[in-house]
Design a protein around this ligand. Structure first.
Ligand SMILES: NC(=O)c1ccc[n+]([C@@H]2O[C@H](COP(=O)([O-])OP(=O)(O)OC[C@H]3O[C@@H](n4cnc5c(N)ncnc54)[C@H](OP(=O)(O)O)[C@@H]3O)[C@@H](O)[C@H]2O)c1
Length: 292
């Protein structure tokens, strides 16, 4: 079985095998229980192959059940799916981290986790290097296949490389038109790209808030596309892998069809110019924000 997703992106920094991500993934924050399981199975049946979860979302069981259902019904082979989970801030000590990864594997029930990320650096805690070493250990023990981080600023990434000699394969960051992470606002996308770290964009639609601006609406009208498709095509043009969450099959399909949309350079620039220094949705600056 093959995925309809074109243009995969590859991380060259892995010391093991390179990680290849599809150009679009699927977010699952707040998808829970039976409806959540069915949403994940639906997304896989449409062609999504990158599925995002986290220990803190309390839905690893739900997401794992959705993947199992898709595999058992022949919709997808298990080894085509990149299932992602994340280590919460309260478990960054080595022993806690290793126990949490093992618990994540158990909860999902689909074998080793394809991609495991540190959820936030929590720099005030001073433990993210220890957590990164624990993820390296978890990978070397075979609990997870690939490792990365979320919400790491360039200074945190540089610290990981200096202290451990290994950069993450993926950095999943807040990125949407109000906070584009390039063009002078944020800038983590630029750092990641220059260092071979893949960028995933969380809240890529700004939780719906990114869909109403004039540049997005005019590009949508020009291409006969929807505003969500325009924003997702903008992510792809900048080189980030968006992971939109959508409950309904219709929106899952709509978002996937953004892969057929190519924006002009002018349209991309006009959307990037929407960025504002204070454009983060909840002001969660990883330099100071603490997540537990
Ligand atoms: N690493 C981190 O720190 C972090 C933080 C936040 C999120 N994440 C991950 O990133 C994923 C995506 O972020 P998110 O869920 O915060 O926000 P998002 O994907 O930007 O937006 C999701 C919202 O947009 C709606 N939506 C989806 N497709 C749409 C469409 N085509 N037209 C109009 N509205 C549409 C969804 O509604 P319906 O669901 O009702 O369809 C939902 O309300 C999360 O689910 C999670 O997996 C990671």
């Amino acid at each position: 079985m093959t995925s309809p997703q074109a243009s995969p992106v590859t991380s060259p920094v892995s010391p093991t095998s390179p990680l290849e991500l599809p150009a679009l993934g699927f977010g699952t924050y707040r998808l829970r229980g039976e409806a959540g399981r069915d949403a994940v199975t639906s997304a896989l049946s449409l062609g999504y192959r990158l599925i995002d979860s986290a220990y803190s979302y309390e839905n690893e069981g739900t997401v794992g059940a959705g993947i199992r259902a898709a595999v058992e019904s022949g919709v997808v082979d298990r080894d085509e799916v990149i299932y992602t989970s994340k280590l919460p801030g309260r478990y960054q000590h080595r022993e806690d981290a290793l126990a949490t990864v093992a618990e994540s594997v158990w909860r999902a029930g689909i074998g080793p986790i394809d991609l495991y990320l540190i959820h936030w650096p929590n720099p005030g805690q001073g433990l993210y290097v220890e957590a990164w070493q624990a993820l390296i250990e978890a990978r070397d023990r075979g609990l997870v296949k690939h490792i990365g981080v979320c919400n790491f600023l360039p200074e945190h990434l540089a610290t990981l490389e200096r202290e451990t000699g290994e950069l993450p394969e993926v950095n999943q960051i807040e990125m949407h038109p109000a906070f584009p992470q390039t063009g002078g606002v944020g800038g983590t996308l630029d750092w990641d790209t220059a260092h071979g770290v893949l960028t995933e964009a969380w809240s890529p639609l700004g939780r719906g808030g990114a869909l109403t601006s004039a540049p997005v609406r005019s590009a949508a009208a020009a291409h006969g596309a929807t505003p969500a498709q325009v924003v997702l095509a903008w992510h792809r043009a900048l080189g980030s892998v968006a992971i939109p969450k959508a409950s309904s099959r219709a929106r899952q399909q709509e978002n996937l069809e953004s892969l057929q949309l190519e924006l002009s350079a002018g349209e991309v620039d006009a959307i990037t110019a929407l960025g504002r220094i204070d454009g983060r949705m909840k002001g969660q600056d990883p330099a100071v924000y603490e997540e537990f």
